[in-house]
Design a binder for this molecule. Structure first.
Ligand code: AMP
Ligand code: ZN
Length: 115
């Protein structure tokens, strides 16, 4: 837990968030500024600032994040039509919240390459 981290504070209940799912290791939040009809964030309760800070012991955590994203995509009816998962790492990739989160975007055609 980092007291200055937005996602740690939402997970702790200090700041409101729209939770789509939660368990002992993860929460899934609805993004406050959605970029697609489905825009969810899969967030581990453990505070890890960026992908660069992951440890070998986090391998299972990251695998579960992708599996959770796939389950949320299925629940929201986009598993077969298609969806995108994205981790932004650091400034040039557009990371603004320094607690890792997997974006899940779906419900519309998504352009490639991304901007
Ligand atoms: P990134 O730019 O990859 O770090 O993603 C951060 C994401 O968090 C953005 O898509 C924001 O719209 C989203 N966001 C920021 N504040 C909140 C909040 N209070 N609740 C839910 N999502 C948020
Ligand atoms: Zn945090």
């Amino acid at each position: 837990m980092s007291t200055t981290c937005l996602f740690c504070r939402i997970i702790a209940g200090e700041i409101p968030g729209r939770f789509l799912y939660q368990d002992e290791r993860f929460v899934v939040l609805q993004d406050v500024n959605p970029q697609a009809p489905l825009h969810a964030l899969v967030i581990p309760r453990k505070h890890v600032a960026t992908l660069n800070d992951l440890l070998p012991e986090d391998d299972g955590l990251v695998g579960e994040m992708f599996r959770r994203a796939a389950l949320v995509a299925r629940e929201h009816g986009v598993a077969d039509s298609g969806y995108r998962t994205v981790f932004n790492c650091n400034r040039e990739a557009g990371q603004t919240v320094f607690h890792i989160h997997l974006h899940l975007l779906g419900g519309r055609p998504l352009a490639w390459p991304p901007g």
